[in-house]
Design a protein around this ligand. Structure first.
Ligand SMILES: *Cc1c(COP(=O)(O)O)cnc(C)c1O
Length: 367
């Protein structure tokens, strides 16, 4: 082999670090031969999904030989009613990550700039560099987005701005006033993507619902997902809400059958189960209290979070991550997010949280 294929890849891809997901349960089982594993690494819903979802999936099986509805008519109709937005403003994605990528492929040309925050979600640099765009990383303020600095980072070359509200892995969030100020400051030619993957978890009074800002800001795109509170992470389904014009553009580059039939049927069923949502929120609220308190008791400082996860600081994150793994507990190191002393833990069930806290206590005590 004499050809250097790496040199053939576009420059952005050559310098790209692949996304590192939370360690899968089966992988740790293979490695350590452990029976019981607690995975608190990927912000999944510890309750799984609504029982209505498995019923819906049973009904889809008989049709797996057929292509799914490429336009997702039924799911868009259900979302349209659920969110009170027109169907023509909805883009379905293979996870909301798919929608984030569609946005980059639609709007970002070679050397165009994409603005996002330090410590922000890993997919933003990924989709930016994959299309040859230039990431403009704005320093965070107390781990949160500095919206004034982000607005100031906009240049003639800026095409996109990503705002995660709340952000993963920090759990930090921006209030309505700050967001409105940013939208007023950013020129309309810059597409502002408001990533609301954890929207349904947030209970703060001043937390803005991005959908209410769409009318006044035609450059705004709001993305949400079924992977988090709805518990459908493995099915891959998310969506974007934007003007009909932007939605039409995204639809041109979208793969024809990007959301499979199981995902569509499951998402429709999930939207109907309000009780499951309320219960998920309750478990998360109580689990967040339990973990925050437990970490405080261990004298560990944590970044205040409104999501279903919390990032805390430890002296030797890699070692503690490893020792937790040995005890069958998977959390997420966040060194790649520029938080070298951080570990992110997803809020689990009360029992899972208890086991995690006890293990952490033992490890810190040197047992
Ligand atoms: C989990 C997450 C998503 C959602 O990813 P999916 O592709 O919908 O599973 C999007 N943005 C952020 C910030 C996330 O943490």
């Amino acid at each position: 082999m004499t050809t250097d294929f790496k040199a053939l890849a576009r420059a952005g891809v050559r310098t790209l670090a692949p996304y590192v997901p939370g360690k899968p349960v089966e992988e740790l089982q293979r490695e350590l031969g452990l029976e019981r594993i607690i995975k608190l690494a990927s912000n999944e819903n510890p309750l799984g999904a609504s029982p209505a979802v498995s019923e819906a999936l049973q009904r889809v099986w008989k049709d797996v030989g057929r292509y799914p509805d490429g336009n997702g008519f039924a799911l868009k109709a259900a979302l349209s009613a659920f969110l009170d937005v027109p169907s023509e403003c909805l883009t379905l994605g293979n996870g909301s990550n798919d929608v984030l990528e569609l946005l980059a492929r639609t709007f970002v040309d070679h050397d165009d700039e994409v603005v996002f925050s330090q410590h922000a979600f890993a997919v933003y640099p990924l989709v930016t560099q994959a299309v040859g765009g230039r990431p403009v990383v704005v320093p965070a303020q107390d781990y949160g987005h500095d919206l004034a600095a982000m607005a100031a980072a906009v240049t003639d070359r800026t095409r996109l701005m990503f705002i995660a509200n709340p952000n993963n892995p920090t759990g930090t969030w921006v209030g309505r006033g700050a967001l409105e100020q940013l939208l007023a400051a950013v020129p309309e030619q810059v597409i502002v993507v408001l990533d609301e993957a954890y929207f349904e978890y947030v209970e703060e009074a001043d937390y803005p619902n991005g959908l209410t800002l769409l009318d006044r800001h035609p450059n705004l795109v709001v993305t949400r997902t079924f992977s988090k509170i709805f518990g459908l992470a493995s099915l891959r389904v998310g969506y974007g809400v934007a003007s009909a014009t932007i939605t039409d553009l995204l639809n041109r580059v979208r793969q024809p059958f990007n959301v499979n039939a199981c995902a569509q049927a499951a998402a429709i069923a999930a939207l109907r189960d309000n009780d499951f949502l309320a219960e998920s929120r309750r478990v998360n609220r109580e689990g967040m209290r339990q973990l925050a308190e437990g970490l405080r008791t261990l004298n560990l400082s944590a970044i205040p979070s409104v999501g279903n996860f919390i990032t805390f600081h430890v002296d030797d994150a890699a070692r503690i991550y490893d020792q937790l793994l040995r005890r069958g507990i998977i959390v997420r190191p966040v060194a790649s997010y520029d938080i070298p002393d951080g570990l992110r833990v997803t809020i689990g069930t009360a029992q899972e949280n208890r086991v995690f806290l006890r293990a952490l206590e033992e490890i810190l005590a040197g047992h």
